[in-house]
Design a protein around this ligand. Structure first.
Ligand code: FES
Ligand code: FES
Length: 152
């Protein structure tokens, strides 16, 4: 039995310790906001937070998160500036990559609310968006910074 905290709730899961965290989150806990893309740690669709750090849940085994705090897209409040800016600017196209993008942006601004444009672009470039929403993603993060009262 492995205990993990997801979005503030304690879950006890009885699964092999090498089960990818993404499978635990989607198939066993039923939080389907986190997406499966490449399964190889490349695309970023499966990004969640381990404590404060964005991780790729498709390549993270259950044993690595035992007793730790995980935050998924569902755990970010709807009124957080990042989510509000995403809605205001209609960022998603097909939407598939967007939960991972939002989790990454949320983590970035939590760590560094004053992140420069260059830092934002560098951080977000680790996520693939086949619809090419990168310009809107950048604008949304800049908008979120301004909602947070950050002058960039
Ligand atoms: S599905 Fe995990 S990085 Fe692509
Ligand atoms: S919005 Fe379609 S892959 Fe990013």
């Amino acid at each position: 039995m492995t205990e993990i905290y997801i979005n503030g709730n304690l879950y006890k899961v009885s699964l092999p310790e090498d089960t990818p965290l993404l499978w635990v989150i989607r198939e066993h806990i039923g939080l389907t906001g986190t997406k499966f893309g490449c399964g190889k740690g490349i695309c970023g669709a499966c990004t969640v937070l381990l404590e404060e750090e964005p991780i790729r849940s498709c390549i993270t085994p259950l044993k690595a998160v035992k007793g730790k705090r995980i935050t998924t897209i569902e755990g970010i409040p709807a009124n957080h500036p990042v989510k509000r800016a995403w809605v205001e600017l209609n960022v998603p196209q097909c939407g598939y990559c967007q939960p991972g993008q939002i989790v990454e942006a949320y983590a970035l601004l939590k760590k560094n609310p004053r992140a420069s444009r260059e830092e934002i672009v560098r951080t977000m470039s680790s996520h693939l968006c086949r619809c090419g929403t990168y310009p809107r993603i950048l604008r949304a993060i800049l908008r979120a910074q301004s909602m947070m009262g950050v002058k960039t």
